[in-house]
Ligand binder design. Structure first.
Ligand code: XMP
Length: 512
């Protein structure tokens, strides 16, 4: 395992993803992790991440001594580099010239870590402290305009440090540097292939589950769909997927999910809970309250269904959940321990464990793009794998103010038109997520010869890598014009369409 130690940088998860993309298994641990936990992973190399602190601040995270006793190659990135330098007696200081964003790296000494990297290349920097003096036995191998010690190593060649962020795509040869570190410096065999992971998981699931049954909350989204199909492959009809119709789904969504799974030969238990959701949402306007009510109601309905199924088939022993690696590390690493709560997320996969079932989470160690890869290996149709993300609370968080049957109807129609046009113009796969939002305010318009006074639809389309940050999509104006025209003509009660041009941050992707 390549062990990545987290000092709280926003790019920490990217380091793990890059190492896995190169073909090596990597895991993320907090900087204060115990030696036993690290040793248990049989580490082949340690990478120290960047972080927001300054090494000389009181209470700043630091490198524990035992890491250097493990006798494996070490790479420090940004704060990781600075911590190594400080540890060995070098000097780190606040720099008068900060470096944020693109800059040039110049290699000044040939080194295995630079194999195949040109003398000058673009890298991404984000730091205000810098190394001012190297410890004994360290020397510099690359520099940048404001970092005389941009890449350093020790004489033995088993400790490296880089001031820039090789894990971000803006660093031109960053991936190459990481793969050189693993292949040339660490020198281990590739050990991470999704095909092998999949085979191993299927065997594990069969062993764990035996002849018992497994239930699963299916939303129709990528994670729960791939999970259902994987489980079906592993245990056939002993999987019982439950699909709850909350009444907050997109137009035709239920029938599409049912059809998709029928085509795959998988039967679903469908629960119609529309009335219940509209009832509990009556009069509720505050976004957080909506999210909480929907989350609780969903769990209540799922539990009721599970109990009924248990009465019918006594041998349901497991509940499968589509928990992903980012959810797992969220509770473990320092970067997110202090993070402010922005929204209460409700996830169809995230049910509490009050039920009398054992939980199995086959995707616990995977990132979302790895789940998509599994989907591809399993030959799951593109229309399932490439679907845009859809939030657990559904259309409710896209209707500002109270959610009623009428408002859902209106939003559904507008949203359908937007998505249909995106598909028609081959733009659906070019944006990461797109949807419509119904605003409760009314504005004046003129339709025919009459004054109109009706609601507004906002269109939202973004590009993103993981939903954590996002850029609004620069859709062609003729395209937006066409969508707006159709919405006004085809959805009664709407006389104005606006396009959301805020990125995340400062906005979030959903409006509530
Ligand atoms: P925000 O609005 O937080 O959204 O910028 C980031 C991504 O997460 C989706 N989202 C959710 N997904 N349950 C989910 O499963 C939720 O409660 C939820 N809220 C937002 C959102 O659609 C976007 O892709």
């Amino acid at each position: 395992t390549v062990v990545v130690i987290d000092f709280g940088s926003q790019y920490t998860q990217l380091i793990v993803r890059r190492i896995r993309e190169i073909g090596y298994y990597a895991e993320l641990l907090s900087w204060d992790v115990s030696k036993e936990e690290v040793v248990e992973l049989n580490p082949a190399a340690i990478i120290f991440s960047g972080g927001p602190a300054s090494v000389f601040e009181e209470g700043a995270p630091y490198i524990q001594d035992y890491f250097f006793e493990l006798n494996v190659p070490i790479l420090g990135i940004c704060y990781g580099l600075q911590s190594i330098i400080q540890k060995f007696g070098g000097k780190v200081e606040k720099s008068s010239k900060r470096e944020f964003g693109r800059t040039f790296l110049e290699i000044i000494k040939k080194d295995p870590i630079f194999d195949g990297i040109p003398k000058k290349s673009e890298v991404w920097m984000s730091h205000s402290d810098r190394v001012e003096e190297l410890p004994e036995n360290f020397y510099v191998i690359a520099q940048s305009e404001n970092s005389p010690y941009a890449v350093v190593r020790n004489v033995e060649g088993n400790i490296y440090g880089v001031q820039f962020h090789p894990e971000v795509t803006h660093s031109q040869y960053g991936r190459k540097l990481l793969s050189n570190f693993i292949e040339k410096v660490v020198g281990i065999e590739k050990n991470w292939r999704m095909e092998d992971f999949l085979e191993k998981k299927i065997r594990e699931i069969r062993e764990t589950v035996g002849e018992n049954k497994v239930i699963l909350g299916l939303s129709g989204g990528v994670d729960s769909s791939v999970l259902a199909i994987l489980l079906n492959k592993a245990i056939g009809n002993n999987l019982i997927p439950i699909f709850v119709d909350t009444g907050l789904l997109r137009l035709n969504e239920k029938s599409e999910v049912v059809e998709n799974f029928e085509d795959l030969g998988i039967d679903l238990v469908i629960v119609d809970a529309q009335e219940k959701f509209f009832e509990v949402l009556k009069g509720v306007e505050a976004p957080e309250e909506k999210r909480k009510i929907i989350g609780h109601t969903f769990i209540e309905i799922f539990n009721e269904t599970a109990k009924k199924l248990l009465e019918k088939h006594g041998d349901i022993k497991f509940l499968a959940q589509g928990t992903l690696y980012p959810d797992v590390i969220e509770s473990k690493v320092c970067g997110s321990k202090s993070a402010a709560k922005i929204k209460t997320h409700h996830n169809v996969g995230g049910l509490p464990e009050k039920l009398p079932f054992k939980v199995i989470e086959p995707f616990r160690n995977l990132f979302k793009d790895e789940v998509r890869q599994i989907g591809k290996i399993l030959n799951i149709p593109e229309k399932i794998i490439n679907r845009h993300p859809f939030p657990g609370p559904g259309l409710a968080v896209r209707i500002i103010g109270e959610v009623t049957k009428e408002s859902v109807e209106k939003l559904r129609k507008a949203d359908y038109i937007f998505i249909e046009e995106l598909r028609k113009e081959n733009l659906y796969d070019k944006v990461w997520q797109a949807f419509s939002v119904l605003l409760p305010i009314k504005t004046v318009g003129v339709m025919g010869d009459y004054r109109s006074y009706e609601n507004v639809i906002a269109l939202r389309a973004v590009n993103s890598e993981d939903g954590m940050t996002a850029d609004w999509a620069k859709l062609p104006s003729e395209f937006l014009n066409q969508v707006a025209k159709r919405i006004i003509n085809e959805v009664s009660g709407i006389n104005r369409v606006v396009y959301d041009i805020t990125s995340k941050p400062p906005a979030t992707i959903e409006w509530e």
